[in-house]
Design a protein around this ligand. Structure first.
Ligand SMILES: [Zn+2]
Length: 964
């Protein structure tokens, strides 16, 4: 069949994708198209290129950023941002992998979907990648006649952030160690020093060479008509002809001798802890049955707290937490990476020995329940197909590329039924299937490399010094004329960045009209039932036969001193064992019978009360045939936990501490935000106590004295259990079809007959702390996270839906310009919580401090004088409606509805919010300027960063706390 320039190569109906897949070939250009038609209204499109790098200059990554900065038909500075401002997109981003670059979009609105595709296609094939764009997104010397020069660039700064995170360095080095002889040994994201070597010429050549239809793989998914897909692509491809393309990705040849590679990471002055991973090259990704089997093997080895390899490593006492990415399946050949963090560098060989001894033992025989748990977990995940907020179609695209990119069958990774059945059959026939895999791919596999990452306290400073020296040497080499030229260029770039786009150019970017938007919210089904005295919220949604159930236990009675223990208590319920099974057996049974069962605390403000909503949520999911097992397990963990396990508790504590420490640099904005919010609302203070810097302090304090204080700690756990295992004030939440709900209600009645009925008296000591108005949290890092906050309710502001539009615009227009484009930070956020009244402004991976704070403080003035034409206002409104209408899978809908019920956000309030959003006018922006102005005069500040921050904080008299 031939249509719109495409020839049909293959057609297949597949149950796994809920529809039909067609593989097309574009005759004139050689472009390939995988077109999947099914009922998913969350339509997805992607264009992907093979982009093998030749060095670590980050050229592929810089190009990924740059092509979104204006194109032939859409010659504005950032069409991508215009789309973000005013689209109903459910996904809009771009990714650079070690060997490919992908541009995916998704939307549940057909016209919006087409708009996104039009802009993306023009961006990749006809970008306006000028030298200024290269300098802005890649790197440049920001030169000034009377200030020190600095290197700037969005990607340069982003990658400095990545290289400041020991975890990221370990991940990158582990991959490079497995592929020493081919291009996966390079960093396609860009190694900061190498980025500074990249020339504009090399950059444009890379685009000319690889961004061609002959090197493109197009992907469609969803319920949009196929005919239009072909037509749309054909008209875009009409300007091209076939080009000889050499983008071949070579295979890594197998080596026959294991290696050890040592690297240093930038650490704090007293840091002595090292990390190690062992990394194996596995088979090619196109062996799909083996790939699925290896996923199951990963689960057997590491998937659960009691999995033998995880357990052996943790119980060895050699380190704090598991390291390594586990199984990696995105590249042409898979690899497996596992190790330990927080070790003594001298003990690395013992860690290796522990790994190999454990594997050798497992090769002799794996427990049947571990195998059952792994197979069930893999099967549940495949059938549930829950990609969270990431659209299902795009998850399928990424999976498909694991073979398709290397000229393999694009459908093979999506069709899991046959390999799953085959594995089950082989196991049923008694084959020692996973034991053989361990032997072949791990024990007898000589192609492996260990990566040892050791702390270097001077590294951050040396890097900074080297950067300054390099820049100074460059400045000294420049003639006066050249210096003036650079200063001029810097000024020119700044002018370009601050010159508004031409209205005609902006008008060319397609967007929806207000009339295209649904007038009303789509309510989530909610029926309030009762089980004994407890409300049961039931959401009648099609969950493909899965039951999602949770019980919320109020934390109201927990005194403040025990709040920091709640996250560990929550983990203890499902990870420490019960009076009937030890923790390993419990984990295995949960995995074998359910799709997951876990507990976590959450805190929020609510419209109906002054204080905090505070709950422990225990939630689980299972297929219809295993609902009884799910409930039996829930009863058991809730009523018969075994807190008498000091070693297991100590392991969880160290793990928890290590995880939080490792998140400081890559996710510092989260800690800054939590810290700022803590002073304004008691719910936010509880969240900080159990997830922020204060939580880290308490974990450290507990870890330091655990041996002597175990009895007290155990008593704390028992006290918490006494306060929580009650049904007074509890809430149940259930999402599934009614026929399943009836069965669940019977089970729930039995379950809760065992729970004590009383409601303990509320704790009376929850009080926000008096924190300094300006705080610096210091860590060894090359980037900053800068934040400011205020409580608008305390300043007499009353929530109005227009704030959704205004703050979205503030983030996408003003903060994006000032903090990202001009300031060189990777990102900036601005959020308002309508429940607590807290407004926060944050920057992400930021080279500046004072400049960013100036930008934050200038927000009020920006709004006061803002002029928006009708089109811009419409875009801002459409974008805000896009947030309100965010696409959700059924389980997420059930959770969202529960949250609204708890916090008092009724359908009526949401309808009012929608009306206010749709009716937002320019006057609302101007009026909000006054609110921001008041906020500025009452604001608190907090930042997380390295030496630069410490110096700044000293000069400004901020409170300085070293946290790493
Ligand atoms: Zn990037």
């Amino acid at each position: 069949m031939q249509t719109h320039g495409f020839t049909l190569i293959r057609e297949e109906a597949a149950q796994e994708i809920g529809g039909t897949a067609r593989l097309w070939h574009h005759a004139a250009t050689g472009a390939q198209l995988l077109s999947i038609r099914n009922q998913d209204e969350n339509k997805c499109f992607g264009v992907c290129f093979r982009t093998p790098p030749a060095d670590s200059s980050g050229v592929a990554h810089i190009l990924e950023h740059s092509v979104l900065c204006g194109s032939e038909r859409f010659p504005t500075r950032e069409p991508f941002v215009e789309l973000l401002k005013g689209s109903l997109q459910t996904f809009l981003n771009a990714f650079t992998f070690p060997d490919k670059t992908c541009y995916p979009v998704a939307s549940a609105n057909l016209q919006d979907f087409y708009n996104l595709i039009d802009v993306y296609l023009d961006a990749v094939f006809h970008p306006r990648i000028t030298e200024d764009i290269f300098r802005q997104e890649g790197w440049h010397v920001s030169a000034d006649s009377d200030a020190p020069w600095v290197y700037k660039g969005v990607v340069y700064n982003e990658m400095k952030g990545v290289y400041s995170s020991p975890e990221s360095v370990l991940g990158e080095q582990s991959q490079q160690a497995v592929f020493p002889d081919m291009l996966y040994s390079l960093d396609s994201g860009g190694e900061p020093e190498s980025i500074l070597q990249l020339s504009y010429e090399a950059f444009t050549n890379f685009h000319a060479r690889y961004y061609h239809p002959s090197n493109a793989r197009f992907f469609f998914w969803g319920d949009d008509p196929e005919e239009d897909r072909l037509k749309r692509l054909d008209s875009e491809l009409a300007r091209f002809s076939t080009s000889p393309m050499d983008s071949h990705i070579p295979l890594q040849p197998r080596r026959d001798c294991p290696r050890l590679i040592e690297h240093a990471y930038a650490a704090g002055a007293d840091e002595t802890r090292a990390m190690i991973t062992v990394n194996w090259l596995l088979c090619e990704s196109n062996r799909t049955e083996e790939a699925l089997a290896l996923e199951m093997l990963e689960h057997i080895l590491l998937g659960l707290p009691g999995s033998p390899l995880r357990r052996a490593l943790i119980e060895s006492g050699l380190g704090e937490d598991i390291a390594g990415a586990g199984l990696e399946t995105d590249l042409q050949q898979m690899y497996f990476s596992v190790g330990l963090k927080g070790i003594d560098a001298g003990a690395y060989a013992e860690v290796e020995k522990c790994i190999f001894d454990t594997l050798a033992e497992l090769a002799g025989g794996i427990a049947a329940d571990a195998v059952e748990a792994a197979v069930n977990s893999a099967e549940f995940a495949l059938r549930e197909n829950n990609s969270g907020r990431f659209p299902r179609g795009l998850a399928a695209m990424v999976r498909s590329l694991s073979t398709w990119l290397y000229d393999g069958d694009p459908l093979a990774p999506l069709r899991y039924e046959a390999p799953l059945a085959s594995i089950k059959n082989r196991l049923a026939a008694g084959e020692k299937f996973f034991e053989t895999l361990i032997k072949t791919w791990l024990l007898d596999n000589t192609h492996r490399a260990s990566v040892l990452l050791t702390p270097d306290a001077g590294m951050a400073q040396r890097r900074e010094d080297a950067e300054s020296a390099r820049l100074q040497a460059f400045r000294d080499r420049c003639t006066e004329e050249e210096q003036l030229g650079l200063i001029d260029e810097t000024r020119k770039l700044h002018t370009l960045q601050t010159t508004p786009d031409r209205p005609e150019a902006l008008a060319a970017i397609p967007h929806l009209q207000l009339a295209d938007l649904p007038k009303h919210n789509t309510p989530i089904p909610l029926e309030e039932r009762r089980i004994a005295a407890m409300p049961l919220l039931f959401h009648d949604l099609d969950t493909s036969g899965i039951v999602y159930f949770e019980i919320l236990l109020p934390l109201t009675a927990v005194p403040q001193r025990l709040i920091a223990l709640v996250p560990l208590f929550a983990r203890a319920l499902t990870e420490m064992g019960t009076q009937q099974r030890d923790f390993a057996k419990l984990g295995m049974d949960i995995a074998a019978k359910t799709g997951g069962l876990d507990a976590h605390p959450f805190f929020s403000a609510g419209l109906k009360q002054q204080g905090a909503l505070a709950f422990l949520s225990l939630h689980g999911k299972a297929t219809a045939d295993k609902v009884d097992d799910l409930f039996a397990l829930m009863v058991e963990v809730l009523l018969q936990p075994d807190f008498n396990q000091p070693e297991r508790f100590a392991q969880m504590l160290l793990e928890e501490k290590a995880r939080l420490e490792h998140s400081l640099v890559p996710a510092g904005h989260g800690l800054v935000s939590a810290r700022l919010r803590a002073r304004y609302h008691v719910s936010a203070w509880l969240a900080e106590l159990s997830g922020g810097v204060t939580y880290l302090d308490s974990l450290r304090a507990r870890a330091a004295k655990l041996e002597t204080a175990w009895d007290a700690c155990r008593q704390d756990l028992l006290d918490l259990h006494g306060l929580l295992a009650q049904c007074g004030g509890a809430v149940l939440n259930l999402t599934c079809r009614p026929e399943l709900a009836a069965r669940v209600e019977v089970l729930a009645k039995t379950l809760f007959s065992g729970l004590p009925q009383q409601t303990p008296a509320p704790a009376d000591d929850w009080l926000c702390p008096d924190l300094s108005a300006a705080e610096a949290l210091c860590v060894p890092a090359q980037v900053n996270y800068v934040g400011t906050a205020a409580n608008l309710f305390a300043l007499d502001y009353h929530y109005h839906g227009s704030v959704n539009v205004i703050l979205r615009h503030l983030r996408m227009a003003y903060l994006w310009e000032r903090v990202r484009v001009q300031g060189g930070a990777y990102g900036a956020f601005c959020t308002f919580d309508r429940l607590s009244g807290i407004l926060t402004l944050l920057s992400y991976r930021d080279p500046n401090i004072a400049r960013t704070l100036d930008a934050f403080n200038g927000a009020a003035e920006y709004l006061r004088t803002l002029q928006l034409d009708k089109r811009e206002l419409t875009r801002a409104i459409v974008g805000a409606i896009g947030d309100v209408d965010a696409y959700m899978l059924p389980d997420a809908k059930g959770s969202a509805s529960l949250m609204r019920w708890l916090t008092g956000i009724t359908d009526e309030l949401r309808e009012q919010m929608r009306e206010e959003i749709l009716g937002t006018r320019l006057q609302d922006f101007h009026a909000f300027a006054e609110v921001l102005d008041k906020a500025r005069h009452n604001a608190h500040y907090c930042a997380l960063g390295g030496n630069q921050l410490e110096e700044y904080a000293r000069g400004q008299d901020w409170k300085i706390t070293k946290i790493l």
